[in-house]
Ligand binder design. Structure first.
Ligand code: SF4
Length: 416
């Protein structure tokens, strides 16, 4: 195997998720500031958090990319140059840009700061990629609608310009987020990051003279979900991504939980490391990676457009639920190795007697039966069920801050 390496790129919706992503093995994270990004609803980073996040990532050898991918109107440029300069001063490793005007301003004001061209710019061919390369882009994020064959062709034509591609997470039914469904139904604009996800709702057909009579398109009593895509998952196709010239493997989901980020990042980290070390080992462990990645919620998996246009089997017609095989019970805040006591912040109810497991950033996960829970004051309690309740539990094996307590879910589905 040659020396070329992948980059595993993870979403960082807030500071905790950034730290989780880095500790569980991401080589880089992407995040939004409070201005000029697309994910308005994600808890974006203010200046202080951004600085802390960048310093944390750098101290662990990881990079930070900041999304500045709005489609700017004339009035949006106010303060943008200062913002770029402050990102550069804070040590951001690159900005993600979609709009040519924003790109031009960034080149002028921060010529030494790397620019990645966002998927929002719909990069679907090598001439577009060359266009951005010649203007100075360091990296191009591929449109989700490309096949591996098309990516290979682009890669062969753009020299050392890096290629980033989505490998895991939710898919839009529309063209890379260019969608008016949300705007039409709710007034919330998908392209400023406020999507209400109406593609996940259920739809019926009505005949114009039969008011109130709803005809299902597919016979299923809860209606049909004609726009509801499965989630992308390429964990079983790492060699194919490698051979197509993709450098950065991007996980979608700045709105997801720390549990989701930890689970998905760790699974891809293992898959990539195994593949780079020994492709035969990777082939042998493929079903394990898939099983691990499935412990984060998903809507069924698809390989999207990578092997050609998705067919009807890439949609979920029967419901809009997530499959959730594991519950996120809590996250480790501290571990006292002398007394073997873990301090845990609760995220979902758990009780004495639960058969849980720890997902650890280092080494294999391990089973853990909850025998005793103590509250902050040291009193025993049967259950941890207050939001973000701090509890203490005896755990013999060493833990680290941000290790995660999880449990196999009793029902396997939850509403999206
Ligand atoms: S409604 Fe669905 S398809 Fe449209 S932008 Fe939102 S998530 Fe994407």
């Amino acid at each position: 195997m040659n020396n070329k390496k992948f980059e595993l790129l993870a979403p960082a919706g807030d500071l905790e998720k950034l730290k989780v992503a880095v500790l569980y093995g991401a080589d880089a994270v992407y995040l939004g500031g409070t201005s000029f990004g697309l994910r308005a609803k994600a808890k974006n980073f203010d200046e202080k958090q951004m600085k802390e996040g960048i310093d944390f990532a750098h101290s662990h050898g990881a990079k930070v990319y900041v999304t500045c991918n709005i489609y700017a109107h004339n009035g949006d440029f106010e303060n943008m140059a200062e913002y770029f300069k402050s990102l550069e001063e804070m040590g951001a490793d690159a900005i993600l840009v979609a709009d040519p005007g924003v790109f031009a301003l960034a080149r002028k004001t921060v010529p030494n700061l790397d620019i990645h061209i966002s998927t929002q710019a719909n990069n679907t061919n090598f001439l577009s990629a060359l266009f951005w390369k010649e203007l100075g882009a360091k990296r191009i994020v591929m449109a989700r609608e490309l096949s591996l064959e098309e990516i290979r062709e682009i890669s062969q034509n753009i020299g050392d310009t890096e290629i980033e591609a989505f490998v895991h997470g939710a898919m839009c039914i529309s063209y890379s987020g260019r969608c008016l469904l949300s705007n039409y139904f709710t007034g919330r604009n998908a392209n400023t990051g406020e999507c209400a996800h109406p593609c996940r709702w259920k739809y019926y057909v009505t005949e114009s003279t039969r008011e109130g009579e709803y005809l299902p398109v597919v016979e299923e009593e809860r209606g049909t979900y004609i726009f509801n895509s499965k989630d992308l998952c390429m964990i079983e196709h790492i060699p194919q991504l490698y051979n197509s010239g993709v450098y950065s493997l991007k996980i979608e989901g700045r709105m997801k939980t720390s549990f989701y980020v930890a689970t998905v990042v760790k699974a891809y980290r293992q898959a990539i490391d195994d593949f780079l070390k020994d492709p035969a080992l990777y082939e042998k462990r493929k079903s394990y990676y898939k099983e691990e990645v499935s412990k984060a919620s998903y809507r069924g998996f698809t390989t999207g457009f990578y092997y050609g246009s998705p067919g009807s089997e890439e949609q979920v017609y029967t419901n809009s639920s997530y499959i959730r095989e594991y519950d996120f019970l809590g996250i480790v805040l501290e571990y006292d190795s002398e007394n073997k006591i873990a301090v845990i912040e609760q995220r979902n109810k758990f009780s004495v007697g639960d058969k849980a497991e720890f997902l650890t950033q280092k080494g294999e996960s391990f089973p853990y039966e909850i025998e005793e829970i103590r509250d902050k004051e040291g009193n025993t309690t049967e259950t941890a069920n207050h939001a973000r309740q701090i509890v203490k539990m005896k755990v013999d094996r060493p833990l680290f801050k941000y290790d995660i307590l999880r449990k196999k879910a009793e029902g396997d589905e939850s509403e999206a």
